[in-house]
Design a protein around this ligand. Structure first.
Ligand code: FAD
Length: 454
């Protein structure tokens, strides 16, 4: 697998979702894989600090988990989400299905649980070893040497590998070390909105307080709350608000301005209808959780020669609004594994991997940004809802010819940029069709009016 035909040695930095899946795939190919993770073993319990604790898995993620033989045994850890339930003050709950077929659904899972399942699976490969509590801190990018430090003790060790993989998330140290001093592209955009987590607990008898098999959305002009269900009938809510006040919009609260229990209670009661009933200790929970940042990262190159390469959030962190961060990170792993199988550990393999993925993850970053507006504003807009219904109706009529963008992104593995191009073509047709129908109706009405006048 190396140019001289030896069994390759791979060092993976980060045993998160992408790092541990990649360990399975490369271990299975016969690489000797060492995975270094600065945190503790996810199987020891406890949630990773500052992380969203549950995630939606869709078709791309399912495909990757199937590829390593995991998906079929995972049902007990999953809650199916059959669509969105929209909560609006004074209105009944509204259900918007995710698709037209029973299998077109998403699945909610605790991040830690998924991480533990992946690490367990990877350890079944004889040549895969995990090293928890080791932080990747120095890199010799040409020589393939990685130095690790034990946080707290300062203990150090250096390992050599044919390939070093940075699967160390949005603020990747491998990326920084790999790019240091080179002419590279790097852009990070922090959203001016952040998030805090709340929990909707189950009832004392263990039943759910609100329909459980859905993603719940509380859209509002002044904030947004999204909730994923858990297997114990609780739901984890993400409360999104601007970080700071905007002098141009004095009626828009922010995390900075919501500083008293009274202000929090009054804001949630006005904007988010039934949420205060579902979370009776809302203010306590609100102040107990930190505010987290959301970031989009675009960068290039994703690799250094044939020695170092990035996967997942390390090369394309995105806002979470399309629920595709992990799903696309898993797709990276499949593509990288395939390129290494085809070309061995070589610059061609790493360059081919980047070329096959980057145009699509760039598009995904834009889609994820746009879906923030969709969730916050458009799901309440009757015209937008009509358009979405027309999109679904056309898909039911001609499933092969017409595919809504959401379906292509979430329920298929059509590459993201191809899906967007196709949706843009369909959008033009829909706009053109609606305009033709309006003109046609006006002409028919005018003819009828003329006939009536004699
Ligand atoms: P990470 O999961 O961040 O893993 C990186 C790992 O590297 C961590 O374990 C970290 O401790 C370790 N590490 C970091 N630095 C070092 C170092 N120097 N040395 C050693 N180890 C290191 N995605 C979806 O698909 N669906 C969703 O519904 C969804 N919802 C989300 C909701 C929110 C609020 C957020 C913030 C994200 C969401 N995501 C979702 C995105 C998803 O969480 C990420 O895309 C995914 O976790 C990326 O996986 P990763 O392995 O690349 O990075």
């Amino acid at each position: 697998t190396t140019p001289d035909g030896r069994l390759g040695r791979v060092a993976v930095v980060g045993a998160g979702l992408a790092g541990s899946l990649l360990a399975v795939l490369l271990g299975r190919r016969g690489f000797a894989v060492d995975v270094f993770e600065r945190r503790g073993d996810p199987r020891a319990g406890g949630e990773a600090e500052g992380r969203s604790i549950n995630l939606g898995i869709s078709a791309r993620g399912i495909r990757a988990l199937r590829a390593v033989g995991l998906w079929d045994g995972m049902a007990p850890s999953l809650v199916p989400m059959r669509g969105r339930v929209i909560h609006q003050p004074g209105a009944p709950l509204r259900f918007q299905p995710y698709g037209t077929r029973p299998e077109e659904i998403l699945h909610s899972i605790r991040r830690n649980e998924l991480n533990a399942v992946l690490v367990d699976r990877a350890e079944k490969e004889p040549a895969v070893r995990f090293h928890f509590g080791w932080r990747g801190s120095e890199l010799d990018r040409d020589g393939g040497r990685l130095t690790l430090t034990k946080p707290g003790t300062g203990e150090r060790r250096t390992v050599e590998a044919d390939l070093i993989i940075g699967a160390d998330g949005a603020f990747s140290e491998v990326r920084q070390l790999m790019h240091r001093g080179l002419p590279v592209n790097y852009r990070q955009d922090f959203l001016d909105w952040g998030y805090r987590e709340l929990t909707i607990r189950s009832n004392p008898d263990g039943s759910a307080r609100t329909p459980i098999e859905a993603l719940h959305v509380w859209p509002s002009r002044r904030g947004l709350v999204v909730a994923h269900p858990n297997t114990d009938n609780s739901l984890t809510c993400t409360v999104l608000l601007p970080h700071h006040d905007d002098p141009q919009r004095p009626d828009q609260p922010s995390f900075d301005s919501l500083t008293t229990e009274a202000a929090v209670a009054s804001f949630f009661a006005t904007e988010f209808g039934d949420l205060p009933e579902l979370v009776p200790d809302l203010a306590d929970q609100y102040f107990a959780h930190p505010v987290s940042q959301l970031v989009t990262i675009r960068t290039a190159p994703w690799h250094h020669r044939d020695r170092v390469v990035l996967v997942g959030d390390a090369c394309h962190a995105i806002y979470p609004f399309y629920g595709q961060g992990m799903n696309s990170a898993f797709e990276d792993c499949l593509v990288l594994d395939d390129c290494l199988a085809r070309y061995g550990v070589s610059e061609t393999a790493l360059a081919t991997y980047q070329q096959s993925r980057k145009p699509h993850t760039d598009v995904l970053a834009d889609l994820a940004t746009d879906n923030f507006i969709e969730l916050r504003d458009r799901v309440r807009n009757p015209l937008h809802m009509l358009r979405a219904q027309a999109d679904l109706a056309l898909h039911r009529l001609a499933p092969q010819l017409w595919q809504p963008l959401y379906r292509m992104v979430s329920h298929t593995a059509i590459p993201y940029a191809d899906a967007l191009r196709r949706a843009q073509r369909q959008d033009r047709l829909l706009t053109w069709g609606a305009a033709a129908a309006t003109v046609g109706t006006a002409l028919v009405a005018r003819a009828a009016w003329r006939r009536r006048r004699g």
